[in-house]
Ligand binder design. Structure first.
Ligand SMILES: [Zn+2]
Ligand SMILES: [Zn+2]
Length: 287
């Protein structure tokens, strides 16, 4: 059985909607799938329902973007109670932050002589969480750049002339949010940041795991993160970060090797969590 605990749908910046994603996963032999959209769980119920028909177990999940001084950290939340009112309110605020951020990037692009229509960016997001990939695609369509990579290089990459910061939670807050929602908090693709100290610092805050098995991690990185997890009592997860098409890791759903033995410890720990009726205290960073 293949396992893929990191996938995206049109509820954020993926190219496939939930039924299409689950169908693709089933066709690839995935038996356990987690749908982890950015700041949204809107695709989860649909994915679970499709999974029941196609014989794919689907875990509710989410991927939160967190602000750190020297970059961005993504925190995955697994097996959380995604119907909690306070969680949905928070996710809505984070998504609104994305919209106003995208609007401000569009305004800066106009100032820079590369105007695009915000309505087109929204349309490309198809009702999901608006992200920089949608701005990049609008720039390609408008002919200002040849591909999304150039859009990031020239305009909207971090530190670029049209880059805008947005409302975010800190990594510690993200861990608290996910645990209060009854879920497991997992440090996503740690190889991107390459900062083991950021992982270790979150252990006292309640971090549950690290995403060791990931397409951008070579065999040595995987070994390193599995060992780091063992040394700090963390669980390990893995997945493709599948977005469909040419976004993110660009590998097919289910194509990342994830050993089956990681699943039981995740299930056991998730079974001990109880969702809280109230959110943890948060200071949402703006700009
Ligand atoms: Zn990520
Ligand atoms: Zn992701």
């Amino acid at each position: 059985m293949r396992i893929d605990l990191h996938t995206h749908t049109t509820a954020s910046d993926g190219m496939l909607d939930a039924p299409a994603l689950v169908a693709a996963a089933a066709a690839a032999g995935v038996g356990l799938l987690a749908v982890a959209d950015h700041d949204s769980t809107d695709a989860v119920d649909d994915a679970i329902a499709t999974g029941r028909r196609l014989g794919v177990e689907v875990w509710p999940a989410v991927e939160l973007s967190c602000d750190v001084d020297a970059g961005e950290v993504h925190m995955l939340g697994y097996c959380l109670d995604h119907h909690l009112d306070w969680l949905q309110t928070l996710l809505g605020r984070l998504r609104e932050g994305r919209v106003s951020r995208a609007e401000r990037m569009v305004a800066r692009l106009a100032d820079l002589g590369a105007p695009i229509e915000f309505s087109r960016v929204e349309a490309l997001a198809a009702g999901g969480a608006i992200g920089r990939p949608h701005v990049a695609r609008a720039l390609v369509e408008a002919g200002w750049v040849k591909d999304p990579a150039e859009a990031f290089d020239r305009f909207i990459g971090r530190g670029g002339p049209a880059y805008v910061e947005r409302v975010k939670v800190t990594p510690t807050e993200a861990v608290a949010v996910i645990r209060a929602a009854g879920g497991l908090a997992v440090f996503a693709h740690p190889g991107w940041a390459g900062r083991d100290d950021w992982i270790i610092d979150l252990v006292p805050a309640g971090l549950d795991g690290v995403e060791a098995y990931y397409p951008d991690h070579g065999p040595e990185a995987i070994e390193h993160y599995v060992a780091l997890a063992r040394a700090h009592g963390l669980l390990v997860t893995g997945g493709t970060d599948f977005h469909g098409g040419a976004l993110a890791t660009r590998v097919p759903v289910g194509s990342q090797y994830v050993p089956e033995e990681i699943v039981a410890p995740l299930r056991e720990r998730a079974a001990t969590r109880r969702p809280s009726r109230v959110p943890p205290p948060l200071v949402l960073a703006v700009e």
